[in-house]
Design a protein around this ligand. Structure first.
Ligand code: SF4
Length: 397
């Protein structure tokens, strides 16, 4: 049954079924020739009756949310090597999971994946379930991710719609859609379900069709500049026929972005260790490690006296500003100022019992955001470039 319960919430739309079979067949044929080789597309570890390992499919789908394929490939390989199955992941400490996720951003996904693995062990005997309903019962698994795992790993004829698939369907149908609009997304789900139902009835490989739609959106029917001359469905595409492909969908109205101002202080000791603290367990970059950082909403700037006093380092003259930059996330601009503290006397722990000294070699085992990694690297670089003339700084015991 491909049509979901509660279909009354879907808007009526124009019928355009006659082209569906042609489109499905063209997409599957194109995908067979054009699919990129990606590590999660391998059949390695696939249990009997599955095309791929559902656990690997789940990991890859969570990694790919809001992150580009190029950034995910190596991280995926390393993650699977560290946690080859749900049971291993479930048993791992959260800190290790976050460390393996470092560099991908949106760390909440790592926590949800960890929680999903625990639920798979607790409720499914360590085996990733194959039905959309059971998959949607796992933490962090929504309708799209459940459909992706059920279809691409378990071979089921279910529809799935992410931003790429929605954009392709809007353009093929010439729908005057708005990016992220709930009614338009509901329409896209209904359209995808109809496409999949017709394809399944005609014996078309539905998992390949789903993946072809995603691949087309990622590589050909891209947001700003679709390369229609390379598209297998161009001759049935209404958006292309009307020269509207680049204006579908309309961008969503700009929301108000929040601004956060952070002063981060790099303190190194005479053994080349750097002082770090752990963020709270909830909120932005939850539980990640960072340089001692003052964080406030808004655009305020602090002078060096205030930064030194806050961090408990006493001598403001020893604080030197290394750089300022803005790190952008989906909804926020985080304005960082990086300071370096150079003194022969640093209070043990930098004035806070929650802070720890870590050597450069130990940083790989910690969950650290990209912005913080950038600043830590800059601090080590600065310490090296000064030849340690004013370093080392020695913590007071
Ligand atoms: S013809 Fe162009 S706009 Fe239409 S689906 Fe293909 S790439 Fe997208």
């Amino acid at each position: 049954m491909l049509r979901p319960a509660g279909e009354a919430r879907y808007l009526p739309r124009v019928a355009h079924q006659p082209d569906n079979l042609w489109i499905a067949a063209a997409l599957v044929a194109w995908f067979g020739q054009s699919a990129r080789e990606l590590p999660w597309r391998s059949a390695v570890g696939a249990p009997a009756g599955c095309r791929r390992d559902p656990y690997r499919a789940l990991v890859s789908e969570l990694m790919l949310q809001q992150t580009q394929v190029g950034r995910v490939v190596d991280k995926f390989r390393a993650f699977i090597e560290a946690f080859p199955d749900a049971a291993t992941l479930a048993a791992a400490p959260e800190e290790r999971v976050l460390a393996c996720w470092s560099g991908l951003g949106y760390y909440r996904r790592a926590k949800l994946l960890h929680a999903a693995a625990k639920e798979i062990v607790r409720s499914h005997g360590g085996v990733v379930p194959s039905s959309v309903g059971s998959l949607q019962g796992l933490p962090g698994v929504g309708r799209y991710t459940a459909g992706a795992v059920a279809s691409m790993a378990c071979g089921q004829a279910v529809a799935l719609v992410d931003g790429n698939v929605a954009r392709v369907l809007f353009r093929i149908r010439g729908r005057d859609a708005t990016q992220g609009d709930a009614a338009d997304m509901a329409w896209a789900w209904e359209d995808a379900e109809e496409l999949v139902a017709g394809a399944a009835a005609a014996g078309v490989d539905v998992p390949a069709l789903n993946e072809a739609l995603m691949e087309l959106g990622a590589t050909v029917c891209t947001p700003a500049a679709p390369t229609c001359d390379r598209c297998p469905v161009r001759e049935r595409c209404t958006g292309f026929a009307q020269s509207r492909q680049s204006s579908i969908p309309r961008p969503k109205p700009a929301g108000v972005r929040s601004v956060i101002t952070c002063d981060a202080v790099a303190v190194l000791d005479d053994r080349g260790r750097i002082l770090l603290e752990q963020r709270p367990a909830t909120g932005m970059w939850a539980s990640m490690w960072q340089l001692p950082t003052i964080e406030e909403a808004g655009r305020g700037r602090r002078d060096r006296e205030k930064v030194a006093a806050w961090i408990g380092l006493g001598d403001a003259d020893q604080l030197r500003r290394l750089e300022r930059f803005t790190h952008t996330t989906t909804h926020r601009d985080v304005r960082f100022t990086l300071w370096m503290y150079r003194s022969a006397a640093v209070p043990a722990g930098g004035g806070s019992p929650g802070r720890v000294w870590k050597s450069r070699d130990e940083l790989g085992d910690l969950g650290i955001s990209n912005a913080q990694r950038r600043m830590i690297a800059r601090a080590f670089e600065s310490a090296l470039s000064t030849g340690g003339a004013t370093l080392p700084v020695r913590p007071r015991r």
